[in-house]
Design a protein around this ligand. Structure first.
Ligand SMILES: [Zn+2]
Length: 463
């Protein structure tokens, strides 16, 4: 059997196993794993001795080329997937937004066009629903049949994205039947809006008030309500970007009762805190995203949640806006600052560093959090999310000893600042393959826009 590529002598790491071996690739798939595989009939040999080999990272929460607040997130599907690749992430699930009155299909087609000729690695979409009449309820079934098997609903942003409980409940009932998975933005948008308006009336307009007007209780309340609605509907639910211990407690309680409730957190909630707003002038706008940064003590609770499987996934909620001209739209009023931060590139290094290198959890748990569980929950497993015969050869050769200082001066995202400026990480991707093609080799990018494929996903199955 002739191989296109063999990766030799790497320390192969999956969610369950760690061993030294060779991985052989043909036509984009892993076709053999073993020790001492025959080198002579391989077109290309990559020596991974002394390094880890991980399945490619899967980031299930990104916003590329997304209109928000009169501007558009600064990474498109080319620059975003490229930056992701430099960080070891080879699959994204982004969001197709249905605006009021539109069909869900219109939303999906719009986002497919944005990605098609640009993505350098594989991608899929959750469908954001902002308007759910009976026609769109029917359409949810059709989308699931077409491989778009997850939906995102908002309990925040009244008048823009927010849905009422009855509508959310109907969507959950539909997903309980059609095998879809509802992803929930859980914050009590009604109460938050009252607090925001009161702050503005008192002249509190600086960036830090974005955080001070969105209490952790608002997130915990909505998380509990989302869980209750899902339980009544007989559906699973996935809480996105969980940021605080109060909400984590609600998820933990539900999981202890055996409910199919899942949650992700993001590196910004593990590494940053409300103290980041203590910067001169308008610089705090760099940390305006939703849910907001919390008091520092929440960080260790979230790390512990990742360790103990109260949290199952780390995504980024990558939604970059440049400081100049974009974040600056809110110079006089924090409610006009585009919400979002850049993070797509550094997820693996930050979680490896704080999780594995810092001794909080095993390298297998790391792989589970950044690749395997995302693949399982969102219908991509075992094509993605593991290293196995028959799986796509999305692979990351990772130098676990390499230190790197994150900075806007060396990152690949199309944005003029870094949320993690100056943070030193231990562990960096060295070589990254997408379906058997080397797309990142050290500092060199070898991928090609348009080579990423849209992934049709399976229905939800309890992992
Ligand atoms: Zn988001």
């Amino acid at each position: 059997m002739a191989f296109d590529t063999i990766i030799t002598n790497g320390r192969v790491v999956t969610a369950t196993d760690t061993y030294v071996g060779d991985i052989a690739i043909r036509e984009g798939k892993i076709v053999a794993i073993g020790q001492g595989l025959p080198r002579d009939n391989a077109a290309k040999i990559i020596d991974a001795g002394g390094r880890h080999v991980f399945p490619g990272g899967i980031d299930v929460h990104t916003h590329l080329d997304m209109p928000f607040g009169g501007t558009t997130s600064s990474d498109d599907f080319e620059t975003g997937t490229r930056a992701a690749a430099f960080g070891g992430t080879t699959t994204l699930i982004d969001f197709a937004i249905q605006y009021k009155g539109q069909t869900l299909r219109t939303a999906l087609d719009g986002w497919l066009r944005k990605a098609e000729s640009k993505a350098v690695s594989d991608y899929s979409f959750h469908c954001i629903i902002t308007d759910l009449a009976s026609a769109q309820l029917e359409e949810m079934n059709a989308l699931v049949r077409d491989g778009v098997t997850s939906f995102k609903l908002f309990m925040a942003y009244p008048g823009v994205f927010m849905l009422d409980d009855a509508t959310i409940f109907k969507a959950l009932q539909a997903s309980g039947k059609n095998g879809g998975l509802v992803c929930m933005h859980a914050e009590n948008g009604g109460a938050i809006d009252v607090i925001v308006q009161q702050a503005l009336a008192e002249g509190k307009k600086a960036p830090k008030y974005h955080a001070l007007t969105r209490p952790t209780t608002a997130e915990a309340e909505a998380t509990a309500r989302a869980i209750a609605l899902a339980e009544m509907a007989g559906a699973p639910v996935y809480i996105v970007h969980l940021s605080c211990d109060d909400a984590l407690e609600k998820v933990r309680e539900a999981r202890d009762r055996g409910l199919p409730v899942y949650a992700e957190t993001c590196p910004q909630y593990l590494y940053l805190s409300i103290e980041n707003f203590d910067v001169p002038g308008f610089d705090g706008a760099k940390y305006v995203f939703t849910p907001p940064l919390r008091e520092k003590w929440h960080q260790e609770r979230l790390w512990n949640g990742l360790k103990r499987d109260h949290l199952q996934v780390v995504s980024t909620d990558h939604c970059p806006f440049c400081f100049k001209e974009q974040k600056e739209l809110g110079r006089d009023d924090f409610t006009k600052i585009p919400n979002g931060g850049p993070g797509i590139e550094h997820r693996l290094s930050l979680i490896y560093s704080g999780g594995v290198a810092a001794g909080r959890f095993s390298v297998n748990r790391f792989v589970e959090l950044v690749s395997t569980t995302p693949a399982k929950l969102f219908g991509l497993y075992p094509r993605k999310g593991t290293i196995a015969v028959g799986s796509d050869a999305d692979l990351v050769i990772f130098d676990s000893g390499r230190k790197h200082i994150i900075s806007a001066t060396n990152h690949h995202m199309r944005v003029d600042y870094s949320m993690f400026e100056g943070v030193e990480v231990t562990g960096m991707p060295e070589t990254v393959l997408s379906r058997g093609r080397v797309i990142v080799d050290g500092n060199k990018f070898l991928g090609r826009p348009g080579s990423g494929e849209f992934l049709r996903r399976s229905t939800y199955a309890q992992p």
